[in-house]
Structures are given as C-alpha cells and as structure tokens.
Design a protein around this ligand. Structure first.
Ligand code: HEM
Length: 128
C-alpha cells in the first residue's frame, strides 16, 4: 500500500508510540529511559507528540526546553555519539515504516539536526 504523509496529531500519536516501544526494546538506549531516567511514559508520550506537532504545524502546544534533560542525563550516564546514532536510526526507521512525504522528511531532518546540536552541547558541557 502507498504510504501517506503525516497530516496532523493523529499520525504523530501513532509515530511516537511506535518509536518509544522500539526505543524501550533497544539494548543500547532503552535502559537510559527506563533505568537511568525512569521515564513516566504517560506524561512523556503526549509531551513528545506536542513537541513534534509544534515543529510541523506550529501549534505551540510544546513549551519547554529540549536540551535541558539531555544535559542532566549526560551527568548520570554516557550520552555517547553511538547512543544518539541509535536514537536517530530508530526514529528514521519508525517514520519510514509508516509515512512518506514532505512532513515525514522534515521530521527526520529536524530530528537528525537536533541530535547533532545536542551532542555538541553535551560535549561542550562535559568539557567545563
Ligand atoms: C540517545 C539519545 C536520547 C536519549 C537517551 C533521550 C532521552 C530522553 C529522556 C530520558 C527525556 C526525559 C523524559 C522525561 O522524564 O520526561 C527526554 C526528553 C526529551 N527528549 Fe530526548 N533523548 C535522546 C535524544 C533526543 C533527540 C535527538 C531529540 C530531538 C528530536 C529529543 C527530544 C526530546 C524532547 C523534546 C524531550 C522533552 C523535554 C521536556 O521535558 O520538555 N531527544 N529525552
């Protein structure tokens, strides 16, 4: 079947739920969420849907600072390039398995760019 694009919040809900189920099952990054950060998934998932909705559709439903929790995590565990690469690979794989189109491409680009920025900021932060 031909894949369609991400058109609104409903598609992002599918994407985000599937993405974090892959993340949690992953040996390299799953433990950062479930053991180091002990993420409360019932609040994390809607927050991340808000985040992507704000990126794609400028709803402003996400108000926060995405960098902060990752800097804090880098003091608790290794936030390595390898881990970021895995995060990005799982994200791309999840987007591609459900959707195709301009919004799907934009989401992947933003995710990869943010991963790069976060890694650089974490490296600067750990050099202090
Ligand atoms: C190895 C890579 C990553 C790990 C292990 C990771 C882990 C986490 C954890 C544990 C939280 C806090 C969850 C909570 O307790 O509420 C979080 C929040 C968040 N992450 Fe990541 N993350 C990674 C990469 C990324 C990337 C590349 C992005 C950008 C697209 C991203 C976007 C966010 C956002 C938007 C939040 C919510 C921040 C807030 O509280 O406002 N993460 N992440």
């Amino acid at each position: 079947m031909e894949k369609t694009d991400i058109e609104g919040r409903a598609e992002l809900e599918v994407l985000v739920a599937d993405f974090y189920s892959k993340v949690r099952a992953d040996d390299l990054i799953g433990p950062v969420f479930d053991e180091t950060a002990k993420v409360d998934w019932s609040s994390h998932i809607p927050k991340i849907v808000d985040f992507w909705e704000t990126v794609l559709f400028r709803t402003g439903s996400y108000k926060g600072s995405p960098l902060h929790p990752h800097l804090a995590l880098s003091k608790m565990t290794e936030m390595s390039r390898e881990r970021f690469q895995r995060w990005v690979a799982l994200f791309f794989e999840t987007v591609d398995s459900h959707f195709a189109g301009e919004n799907a491409d934009h989401l992947k680009r933003v995710a990869a760019d943010m991963a790069e920025v976060m890694q650089r900021r974490i490296e600067e932060f750990s050099a202090l």
